[in-house]
Design a protein around this ligand. Structure first.
Ligand SMILES: *Cc1c(COP(=O)(O)O)cnc(C)c1O
Length: 746
């Protein structure tokens, strides 16, 4: 496999017709004759953006000559430029070869702290260009050769080998596609390499994911080292599967389990599949609909015991919770101090599972301190095992479904890997996708410090720059309305500031979660909730009112897709793939929106695609539409309703697994919304937004939830195109009228 990584030469004479120019071009030509491309530039330009070239280059040659050292001032200038450039590169990359190329007399001017970072000092007139080129090429190749982590290395070698295969997949390295016109299109779109690398698990030299052998196992060990875990397992079916694996490895029917009420649905599936008895911990919520932390008191021995004793399905002596699962980083970016939780829970719960689907970056930057599960120098629990499940694909550079399970053993117990693997096998396809395994491998290797740390730092910095830019716009508009970004009032004026700036403090108004324990939670700044006007943090409606659903429709017609939309807020993330262009475009589109709103532009003009699907809005003005939806929200006090329904007490009529079994046996019936109160649901009921399950199989409908469903029904018929989606709700047209039902146990 040949990769394109040019040697970058920086020399102000690169294009000059003088001796120095001729010399450096002769060197460039000799390097090209060694089979490596050369990129010649004449200045460092903008330092930090040029240093980004480190990800595309195989070596740097920085040229200096005696002229630059002719006076003390010139010498200082040359040295400080050189030092700054080398530091920029080393901030991200400690390994890429850097050579100095100059006249003999200059070498003695270079201070040690710069020399130390170099791979060599090339004397312009001592050796032939050919000799120097061979030397540079050797170092450049050795550097490139050191880059690929074990599995990716083996896979690229295998794909390049061109062996004939008799094993599946049946497309045989892509050949089958070439025999059909539409197959040809597929082949051209995805390219040869993806298909050559799509192999089955009978290729010995690649190792096996399901048994954790060979290069796959070496990669998992490498990732474990990088992530500071005792064990690490790649998972190719998402963190949904990672969660189920961890649960099945330690939970059996009838076990008591402690679960964050606002957990991901995969955890609720795990409860249903294992036959566990869930005891829920209740997070706070503010009136923006943002989920806050579970208060520290909820974890106390007393509070947990009371809940277990109140649960009608807990029998006998089996009352010790087998597992606790927390959403570590809620969907809005709130995280917990893991050491505080370990101190409280060690020995009281066997396994602490932190669902870090949104937090795989935290281990690579000091900024996050103890606010993530597993990292460098973190103490072990005495008894409890720590697990973290991470969606590599959500915030790091993984392909969709790339996920990993991290384990930290306790002092008293090490993970039994063979037993754990029985649960792993139960949920893993016997034909895993090798491109996803390779992306797990590469995503971890990318996070190796200092490169990974630099990537995380950059995303925090961009996130803060975005927040600062939004505030500046707000200041310029003065009294006029503008969007706000949810977060602490204090924002460092430059740089990334400090962790302490982001800790949620008791009594701070901005978060709306009331009293919180000291140092227990922080907000991850790379998760940004943008608040639209219309709703105060205390739940009061204000003017003007701009429901977020309209803003995000507007954005999406202009090519900006957000992660999640709430009533008066929407959510964006600054992943390691963020660029300045991306967030600046968002900012300018928001300004366009403000303009169009203030001028009440008709929808045919500002939302043409939407109006094509829903012509009834053609002549409606943008502001008029916002105001009419705002009025309906206000009339129904929706902010309070949606907050209360999540906090209302949910009464379980049976275990989730038993309710689900009723469905498998068809012992259910479709119940109309108006008749739901008191009935036990057989399915998960999940409103979008926020996409958090509201009712779990076996739980009864209460008044608040029924009222919410009635509201959603009315709203959806009044504003087609802005429907609140509710998974679990079945719609049927009865006598020409759209009606909603839920499958309940008989
Ligand atoms: C997305 C998500 C998951 C599931 O992850 P996938 O990789 O999409 O399967 C689990 N937990 C939480 C909190 C999530 O947000």
């Amino acid at each position: 496999m040949r990769f394109r990584f040019p040697v970058v030469i920086i020399d102000e004479d690169f294009r000059s017709e003088n001796a120095s120019g001729l010399g450096v071009r002769a060197l460039a030509k000799a390097i090209e004759e060694e089979g490596i491309e050369v990129l010649g530039v004449t200045s460092y330009g903008d330092l930090s953006s040029f240093a980004q070239q480190q990800s595309r280059a195989s070596a740097f040659i920085l040229s200096i000559d005696d002229e630059q050292f002719s006076s003390p001032e010139d010498t200082d200038k040359a040295i400080s430029e050189l030092r700054a450039f080398v530091a920029e590169i080393r901030f991200r990359n400690v390994d890429i070869p850097i050579f100095l190329y100059g006249e003999t007399r200059t070498s003695r001017h270079i201070p040690n702290d710069v020399l130390r970072e170099l791979h060599g000092f090339i004397h312009m007139f001592e050796d032939t260009p050919e000799f120097i080129a061979r030397y540079v090429a050797r170092e450049a190749r050795a550097y490139l050769e050191s880059l690929p982590p074990p599995f990716f290395r083996a896979l690229t070698h295998y794909a390049a080998d061109g062996s004939y295969s008799w094993h599946c997949p049946g497309h045989s390295g892509g050949v089958a596609f070439l025999k059909s016109p539409v197959g040809q299109m597929f082949h051209q779109f995805f390219g040869e390499n993806l298909l050559r690398a799509d192999v089955c698990n009978s290729v010995d030299e690649l190792g096996a994911l399901l048994d954790h052998t060979g290069p796959v196992a070496a990669s998992e060990r490498n990732a474990a080292r990088i992530c500071h875990a005792d064990h690490l397992f790649f998972v190719t079916n998402g963190t949904s599967t990672s969660n189920k694996i961890v649960w099945h490895s330690c939970v059996a029917p009838g076990d008591v389990v402690l679960v964050d009420r606002n957990c991901h649905k995969s955890i609720l599936h795990a409860i249903t599949m294992t036959g566990a008895i869930p005891v829920f911990l209740m997070p706070t919520r503010n009136h923006y609909g943002i989920i806050g932390p579970i208060p520290l008191e909820e974890f106390s021995e007393e509070s947990v015991r009371r809940k277990i004793e109140a649960n009608p399905f807990v029998r006998g002596e089996n009352k010790k919770p087998r597992i606790l699962t927390l959403t570590q980083s809620t969907y809005d970016g709130v995280v917990y101090n893991v050491e505080t939780l370990k101190q409280r829970l060690d020995g009281r719960v066997d396994t602490l599972l932190f669902d870090e689907a949104w937090l795989p970056h935290a281990a690579f930057h000091d900024f996050y301190g103890d606010y993530h599960a597993i990292g460098a120098d973190r103490p072990r629990c005495r008894e409890s095992m720590i697990f973290s499940t991470q969606s590599t694909h959500k915030l790091l550079a993984g392909l969709s479904q790339a996920s990993q399970i991290l384990v930290q053993d306790s002092d008293m117990r090490a993970l039994d890997r063979d037993m754990f693997n029985e649960a792993y096998l139960m949920h893993t396809s016997t034909s895993p996708q090798y491109a996803i395994i390779a992306s797990c491998d590469v995503a971890a290797a990318m996070m190796e410090p200092p490169g990974g740390t630099a990537l995380v730092e950059e995303s925090i910095l961009e996130a803060l720059d975005f927040r600062r830019a939004m505030r500046k716009v707000d200041e310029e508009y003065g009294e006029a309305w503008w969007f706000k970004v949810w977060g602490p009032d204090y924002l460092a004026s430059e740089g990334i500031g400090e962790r302490e700036d982001w800790v949620l403090r008791s009594g701070d108004r901005w978060h709306g979660f009331g009293d919180l324990a000291e140092g227990f939670n922080m907000l991850d700044p790379i998760k940004a909730t943008v608040i639209t006007p219309g709703l105060a943090v205390d739940g009061a409606f204000t003017e003007p009112g701009i429901p977020a659903a309209i803003v995000t429709k507007y954005l999406s017609e202009h090519g900006i897709i957000v992660e999640k939309t709430g009533l008066y807020s929407f959510f964006i993330m600054f992943t390691i793939g963020i660029t300045k262009g991306r967030w600046n475009s968002l900012l300018t589109e928001l300004q366009q929106f403000k303009d169009d709103f203030d001028r009440n532009q008709p929808l045919w003009r500002v939302l043409p695609e939407f109006v094509q699907r829903h012509p009834r809005y053609e002549r409606v003005g943008l502001r008029d539409l916002c105001t009419s939806i705002h009025d309906v929200y206000r009339r129904n006090d929706v902010a309070r309703l949606t907050t209360e329904m999540y906090l209302s007490s949910m009464e379980p009529a049976m275990k989730p697994a038993d309710a689900f079994a009723r469905m498998a046996h068809r012992e259910i019936e479709r119940v109309a919304v108006d008749q739901l109160e008191g009935r036990a649901t057989a399915v998960l009921l999940t409103p979008y937004p926020p996409g958090i399950p509201l009712l779990i199989p076996g739980e009864r409908f209460n008044t608040t939830i029924v009222r919410y469903l009635q509201f959603a029904r009315e709203f959806n018929s009044t504003f087609p195109g802005f429907e609140t989606e509710i998974h679990g709700l079945v719609d049927e047209v009865v006598d020409g009228e759209l009606r909603y039902f839920v499958d309940c146990v008989r």
